[in-house]
Design a protein. Structure first.
Length: 277
């Protein structure tokens, strides 16, 4: 099935973020929530939903999100995304394109992705950021239905994330290029520096083009001190080359990583909020 989700934002007459355009084909649906963001004063909260039991062979999903100048949007998803069992040679694919205009803010944290036996899933995400925009973007992946003793039984998983800063001359400056490529039949994914004995992996990327590297470094140090003793998690927080940081986590439960990322996300939002007071 080919499915598409497209949405954009605008500012209302009272300065609140609202949807400007919204288009979705099954199984996608988006519901806006009545409560506005606590820390992003004009921010809109939304829930991305799906009526599908998961990703099936031949599925092609397209997601397009565009934020207008000075708008703020937080998107969560309704439930885990399950990549269902497939025949050899079959696959599912998702492409996501996100555009952030000047001074806009996006928090996007989908629920974890679960890779079922014999599944193949490929995703590509491209994000373009305007001046002084802010991004909190997360991804969590489970290596299988671990409660059923299904570990690394999928055929392939690949995820490519590319983030760019839009310049005044129209050119794009690379900020992040991150690639995951898992082929269990050809790779020892339980080796050191891979998944080791963990069953879930998460990455949370934070970029704020309004902040200096020195300010971001202070945030990295604060987060490292706060979350250094997280139980049952292998966690690292690193400074990016420019205007951002990345949190990488290995764990045994998807919910634990999800809750951690939500907590860190709210803290990063609150830092921005406090700087505006």
């Amino acid at each position: 099935m080919n499915s598409k989700l497209s949405l954009s934002t605008k500012l209302s007459s009272n300065g609140k973020t609202q949807l400007a355009e919204y288009f979705a084909t099954p199984p996608f649906k988006v519901m806006t929530l009545p409560n506005y963001s606590v820390h992003w004063k004009n921010g809109l909260n939304a829930m991305q939903m799906s009526s599908s039991p998961g990703l099936l062979a031949g599925d092609l999903l397209e997601i397009d999100i565009s934020l207008a100048k000075s708008t703020a949007l937080s998107i969560n998803t309704q439930a885990f995304t399950r990549v269902q069992t497939m025949n050899e040679g079959e696959s599912a694919m998702q492409t996501t394109k996100i555009s952030l205009a000047e001074n806009s803010r996006l928090f996007y944290l989908p629920h974890p992705l679960v890779l079922h036996k014999d599944s193949v899933f490929k995703q590509q995400t491209q994000i373009e950021m305007g001046e002084q925009s802010e991004l909190i973007y997360g991804e969590i992946v489970a290596i299988g239905r671990v409660l059923n003793d299904e570990r690394f039984a999928f055929r392939q998983f690949s995820s490519h994330l590319k983030i760019y800063a839009l310049q005044n001359d129209g050119k794009k400056r690379p900020l992040v290029s991150d690639c995951i490529q898992w082929l269990p039949s050809k790779m020892n994914l339980t080796a050191l520096s891979q998944m080791e004995n963990y069953s879930h992996q998460g990455a949370l990327t934070y970029l704020n083009l309004a902040k200096s590297n020195a300010e971001i470094k202070q945030q990295v140090q604060a987060l490292q001190q706060q979350f250094a003793d997280e139980k049952d998690l292998l966690l690292g927080i690193s400074l990016l080359n420019e205007s951002g940081l990345m949190v990488r986590v290995l764990g045994h439960r998807a919910e634990t990583i999800q809750q951690l990322f939500e907590k860190i996300g709210e803290q990063l939002k609150s830092i921005e909020f406090l700087s505006q007071i």
